[in-house]
Design a protein around this ligand. Structure first.
Ligand code: C2O
Ligand code: CU
Ligand code: CU
Length: 561
């Protein structure tokens, strides 16, 4: 079978690509005039929202030597996952769907979820209190259809060693990032990922205890083939708690917790009448758009809620689709939500009373909703997406009504925590002194015979940029016209200093929020972000998280020295 790279070398992909970008006629995109037929009709809100449970911890094991310094047999939390092909139900009116998913690797008990297990971890106070995951690849070596059963797992938003970052491909000096199916002779077939969960600066000082994420996710990151592999299902949540955001309603900030703290991943898919995912690896260049909306791996599910406050952790796990989410009733009236977090964890202070929020690929937005404050005349509400998008390249307009992604059925009153506190996790914006001494870099995201950064297709053998540990940098991120790029940086969060030269909106502004993905290009413009690499040396990547752009090489290696 040809890899996407081999096709590129043969000129098949790039030739076809150039033709379709610059040639006449309609763009070949999923959307209104897409290549594949529409998915079958399904009745919404027939099945409950799936929430995959946490993986069971396993007994300690001796990890790969690369992880040894981060592991304490008595304090580290050990997990074993396997990547496997299974059939799951996305909707009761459709035949079961073959997925590739992550599941616990300690028994063959059914894992009826498209998503992997939901990790719930705590920030470590000392080396050795983190998490280690032994990942085994049991995908079919010979399968039919799209997807490539070689994998490398990235914990998106995490601050952890290069060895465990899910680097997209094997490179000189690092020959074993990618694991292969057990049915394939070439190994290795498993990999130990160590997630120390130490505050940034832990090793280089000063340690920054205000910089703690809350909602991370893990997904496959195979070079050139992340798009198909993620569509097949390889994704899951990884939630992080600490002494402020405790996971309890009686301690710390007392945010809605436990059964009232709901992760929601938004994904769009295209499905055939046989119930199987459709994805055309040779046609998806602008970005894959599906016409079925999944939440946590189910098509338009429902959730029964009590009359009290809930925390919802939204993750856009779609390849190319943007959403604008409203909390609405059946007639389309919108109700307020309080935003409490982004990719970088809790905001310094909540942004109260928003009536909608936009969320691009890989972004996270956490909100608190008080069902007790909604009008009692209705008991059914929705999270509704009103952002139209008919081409992968960019979202369209906000419409007056949209697709109801999740139905919320409000039941009886129940006790719960009070309003969101007015201070969450305060932190100082980057100081003028540090900004003044920062190195400046510019990265242009554009297309020319492929998706390029500073004119280059991804070349993982050579870093596009090199950074010195502890040296602050200001990156100017800009894009060619006609396209949106959700730019994602591994290893460290970005502090958004300016958007189009001005103060950025609160939900991304330094001093209020931290970001691991920022949107640039059509409708968004450019940004200046401050970054500083601490602790972990080695090769990492940054890239566009429109996954088809990423797979068509809008990615760069960066080395930290
Ligand atoms: Cu979620 Cu490098 O990706
Ligand atoms: Cu990432
Ligand atoms: Cu892009």
């Amino acid at each position: 079978m040809f890899t996407r790279r081999e096709l590129l070398k043969l000129g098949l992909l790039s030739g076809g690509y150039t033709l379709f970008v610059s040639g006449p006629g309609p763009r070949r995109v999923y959307g209104d005039d897409n290549l594949l037929p529409a998915s079958p009709q399904t009745t919404p809100f027939l099945r409950p929202l799936p929430i995959p449970p946490s993986p069971p911890e396993t007994a300690s094991f001796t990890p790969d030597p690369a992880c040894a310094q981060f592991v304490d047999p008595f304090k580290t939390h050990f997990f074993k996952l396997v990547e496997q092909e299974d059939s799951v139900s996305l909707h009761p009116q459709l035949p079961d769907t073959v997925v590739w998913h992550y599941r616990p690797d300690i028994s063959n008990a059914p894992w009826p979820f498209a998503l992997g297990p939901t990790f719930k971890a705590r920030i470590a106070n000392a080396v050795g209190e983190g998490v280690i995951v032994r990942m085994r690849n049991n995908l079919p070596a010979n399968h039919v259809g799209f997807g490539v059963p070689h994998t490398t797992t990235h914990l998106h938003g995490g601050h952890h060693p290069s060895h465990s970052d899910g680097f997209p491909d094997d490179i000189s000096g690092f020959p074993n990032f990618v694991i292969t199916p057990e049915g394939e002779a070439r190994g290795p077939h498993s990999y130990d990922y160590c997630y120390p969960l130490l505050d940034p600066g832990f090793f280089t000082q000063p340690r920054d205890a205000t910089e703690r994420p809350s909602t991370l996710w893990y997904h496959d990151h195979l070079f050139d083939f992340t798009g198909p592999n993620v569509v097949k299902g390889l994704a899951g949540f990884f939630l992080v708690f600490d002494d402020l955001d405790t996971g309890s309603e009686t301690t710390g900030l007392q945010l809605p917790s436990g059964d009232f703290d709901i992760p929601l991943v938004l994904q769009d898919r295209r499905i055939g009448p046989d119930g199987q995912f459709r994805y055309d690896p040779l046609a998806e260049h602008e970005g894959f758009l599906g016409d079925k909306f999944l939440v946590n791996g189910a098509i338009q599910p429902f959730l029964e809620v009590k009359k009290r406050r809930y925390r919802f952790r939204f993750l856009n796990g779609s390849n190319a689709r943007f959403y604008r989410i409203f909390l609405t009733n059946a007639s389309g009236q919108a109700f307020p939500m309080d935003q409490i977090a982004t990719e970088g964890g809790l905001l310094a202070a909540p942004i109260r009373g928003i009536t909608s929020f936009e969320i691009g690929p890989a972004e996270r937005v956490e909100v608190v909703v008080d069902f007790a404050s909604l009008p009692a005349t209705a008991s059914t509400f929705f999270f509704e997406n009103r952002l139209q998008q008919t081409e992968g390249a960019q979202p369209g307009d906000v419409l007056s009504r949209g697709a109801q992604l999740l139905q919320l059925i409000v039941g009886e009153a129940a006790p719960g925590p009070g309003p969101v506190p007015s201070v969450l996790r305060p932190f100082a914006a980057i100081s003028q002194a540090e900004l003044a001494s920062a190195r400046r870099k510019t990265f242009e995201f554009d297309q020319s015979d492929g998706w390029v950064i500073n004119g280059r297709l991804a070349d993982l053998e050579h870093p596009l940029t090199t950074s010195v540990r502890g040296q602050g940098e200001i990156w100017h991120l800009d894009a060619g016209s006609g396209w949106v790029h959700p730019v994602h940086l591994h290893l460290e969060f970005m502090r958004v200093l300016r958007r189009n030269g001005d103060l950025p909106p609160l939900n991304e502004r330094d001093g209020v929020a931290r970001k691991d993905t920022v949107n640039i290009g059509a409708g968004f413009g450019n940004v200046d972000v401050f970054v500083k690499f601490r602790d972990y040396p080695g090769p990492f990547v940054f890239h566009c998280h429109n996954i088809e752009h990423e797979d068509m090489r809008m990615m760069a290696r960066m080395d930290i020295q």
